[in-house]
Design a binder for this molecule. Structure first.
Ligand code: 6CS
Ligand code: FE
Length: 297
């Protein structure tokens, strides 16, 4: 239930689950618009909701980013900061948010044309960073992320009106088929699954460890998986997966000795700026849902 004049195109977190067909384009740029993504890749992104780039950044660049990740998670001040999420079991750092603001190295990555150029082309406008994070996913039991649509959260809790955001996950370690890689249901971005159940106050304090509000039912997930299948993403360090904000995705635990670390950047169109939550009692902190809509240069 929204309390202002905005139309809520994608109702969620009400009494019951509700499916709404996507009412937004997937590719917002005009056909033939210039950019680093080839036409055939734009077409597969439109159909599947994702595209992979085998080597978005070079091994040397990965080494610089990985060293920076290690530096950040070893810094007691970063660990104690509210931007850091700690693994419940192992007490290791699970994620650090807003890395594009606290690290020069990650700030440069955000404005790298190979990264932001693809986002502008998919979203058809200037873009700003709605959220960035490093996911460490260390071995020996790091917990995964249950099935969800990011847009469901970003609409309900951060007030993004339309599906005009894209995420890129850049692998900083090898993503094997065994160490908790990203799974996406291809094509699931074409319909919105509004979840049942309200949003608790300060939900982010729980949801970034183990999401509850905004979690689909087993029945809905079974229907979606039967219809779309499930694709597991593997790839070398330096590979990248771009995925639409409304893809149903998740990742499993990592019980291997091999970390599955990535940097995750969410670009939102400057035409789709975050507003008041559509289904939450209050805004989330800015380190999770940005309120500075300055376009990436
Ligand atoms: O709540 C969020 O914004 C974050 N949660 C997950 C599991 N994925 C998207 C995003 O990083
Ligand atoms: Fe997610």
């Amino acid at each position: 239930m929204t309390t202002d004049a905005r139309t809520d195109l994608y109702p969620t977190r009400g009494a019951a689950e509700i499916t709404t067909p996507r009412q937004d384009p997937v590719i917002w740029s005009a056909p033939g618009a210039p950019g680093p993504v080839a036409v055939k890749d734009l077409q597969s992104f439109e159909r599947d909701g994702f595209l992979t780039v085998d080597q978005l950044i070079t091994p040397d660049e990965v080494a610089v980013l990985h060293t920076e990740l290690d530096r950040l998670i070893a810094d007691p001040a970063v660990r104690a900061d509210e931007r850091s999420v700690i693994e419940p079991k192992s007490q290791k750092v699970r994620s650090v948010f807003e890395v594009h603001r606290i690290s020069e190295v990650f700030a440069r990555l955000v404005s790298d044309e190979r990264v932001v150029g693809r986002a502008r082309q998919i979203l058809g406008s200037d873009v700003y960073v709605h959220q960035s994070r490093i996911n460490v996913k260390p071995g020996f039991g790091a917990s995964g992320f249950y099935w969800h649509s990011d847009f469901e959260t970003w609409h309900a809790e951060d007030g993004l009106p339309n599906m005009r955001a894209v995420s890129v996950s850049i692998a900083l370690t090898e993503n094997h088929d065994t160490n908790g890689g990203l799974m996406i249901m291809p094509g699931s971005h074409k319909s919105f699954l509004g979840c049942a159940g309200g949003t608790p106050k300060d939900n982010y304090k729980q949801s970034l460890k183990m999401q509850d509000a905004g979690t689909p039912s087993d029945e809905a997930l079974t229907k979606m998986a039967d219809r779309h299948g499930i694709k597991l993403f593997t790839g070398r360090a330096g590979s990248a997966t771009w995925f639409d904000c409304n893809c149903m995705h998740g990742s499993g635990d990592n019980i291997t000795p091999y970390p599955r670390s990535n940097v995750f950047i969410v670009f939102n169109s400057v035409e789709n700026a975050a507003g008041e939550p559509f289904a939450a009692p209050a805004r989330r902190p800015e380190f999770i849902g940005a309120r500075d809509f300055t376009a990436v240069k």
